[in-house]
Ligand binder design. Structure first.
Ligand SMILES: [Zn+2]
Ligand SMILES: [Zn+2]
Length: 382
């Protein structure tokens, strides 16, 4: 039988680094794994061949011998002297495939399944309004989760019966068999690794020990919460199996954008249009607050458009309950759209009386669309 070159087999150059070998092998092992290719003899051969190639090339001594003499350099046993340590370093990906492929147990490795297990953590995405975030709120949510079956108290066995030793694995939870030149130990299919089977399954949960239920909860949302923050509700995830503890529920918060306010940390920013005469003469304006009230703000004489005023302690509350951010109000000059004859005359007189050097240089802020700003403010004040 002619033998394929190990480097060709793994699809790497002869000078391939350890990392390249490992990565190439990992890909092949996943592609050809027997569990992914049910019953395919061809896939199994590929899988074994890749393991053999990697076993040789990952061992510096064997690799040196192979580089010099080819397959003959590996002695009587050739490359087929299979060394299980070739799988050291691959537990992550093998284990990562998890139950779906039974990969974690493939090489007879240690993890024994089937004891009490913690229930899964659950995630619930909750969208709230800007006001709810500012004020804090309570809201009720509903979600499906696995809960312990009340009929059998989670054991899965019908009343009066109990679990008995699994006949397939004699209670070991694993089945071992020869696959090519190595022994495969795999989670027992009948007992799913617990080593026990239920002779008379509970009629309510069909032996699962858990049933799907809708859970309703009231969630208290602290004032000041921001997008991306999550609330952990301990023990509100799925129930565990065989008496294992429940998982947690994570409520992940998304705060809706506000048409007028913009948040940065605990500070809140807004822009309000102010009559050009007020900016010129100075005066008091009212600024809207996050929770709907308004607050007076003094504008000094000769205020340029685009000036920002800081109103202390009127921003978002800190989610820890300690203090509040500030409100930063930027004023934008508002120019009347239509003037009557008398108003025009007055402005013309004013214009004639005002020399150019009395004006502040205009800022880039002036470029804002003032009408748009007006509409927003109209919405806020109703
Ligand atoms: Zn039950
Ligand atoms: Zn079993």
């Amino acid at each position: 039988m002619s033998r394929t070159d190990y480097y060709d087999l793994l699809g790497v150059e002869r000078g391939a680094s350890e990392a390249e070998l490992k990565s190439a092998y990992r890909k092949l092992a996943l592609k050809h794994h027997p569990d992914r290719n049910q019953g395919s003899k061809d896939a199994e051969e590929h899988f074994k061949a890749a393991a053999e190639a990697y076993a040789v090339l990952s061992d510096p001594q064997k690799r040196a011998a192979y580089d010099r003499y080819g397959h003959a350099g590996l002695g009587a046993q050739g490359g087929a002297g299979f060394d299980p340590s070739v799988f050291v370093g691959f537990e992550d990906i093998l284990g990562g495939l998890g139950d779906a492929f039974g990969f974690g147990d493939l090489f007879g490795g240690g993890r024994r399944r089937g004891g009490p297990q913690q229930g899964a953590h659950l995630r619930y995405d909750l969208e709230i309004s800007f006001e709810e975030a500012a004020r804090g709120s309570e809201t009720s949510i509903q979600f499906p989760r696995a809960e312990a079956c009340e009929t059998c108290k989670g054991s899965g066995a019908a009343a009066g019966s109990g679990p008995s030793v699994c006949p397939s694995c004699q209670g070991r939870g694993q089945q071992r068999y020869q696959q090519g030149f190595f022994t495969v130990a795999r989670t027992c299919g009948q007992c799913r690794g617990s080593g026990k089977v239920i002779a008379k399954p509970c009629a309510t949960c069909h032996g699962e020990g858990r049933v799907p239920r809708d859970r309703k909860l009231t969630v208290r949302i602290p004032a000041g919460i921001a997008t991306g923050q999550r609330l952990r509700l301990q023990g509100e995830g799925e129930h565990g199996t065989l008496g294992g503890p429940p998982g947690d529920l994570f409520v992940v918060i998304q705060v809706q954008e506000h048409p007028f306010f913009r948040r940065d940390g605990n500070d809140v920013y807004c822009e309000i249009p102010v009559n050009f005469t007020t900016l010129a003469l100075g005066g008091e304006i009212r600024v809207p607050l996050v929770l709907g009230e308004t607050e007076p703000l003094k504008v000094p004489e000769g205020t340029a458009t685009g000036t920002t005023f800081r109103v202390r302690g009127k921003g978002m509350p800190d989610v820890s309950g300690r203090g509040k951010g500030d409100l930063l109000v930027t004023v934008q000059v508002a120019v009347p759209r239509k003037l009557n004859k008398q108003q025009k005359q007055l402005l013309e007189q004013l214009a004639a009386a005002l020399p150019a050097e009395q004006f502040e240089p205009r800022t880039a802020e002036t470029e804002h669309d003032e009408r748009n700003l007006f509409e927003k403010v109209k919405d806020i004040f109703g």
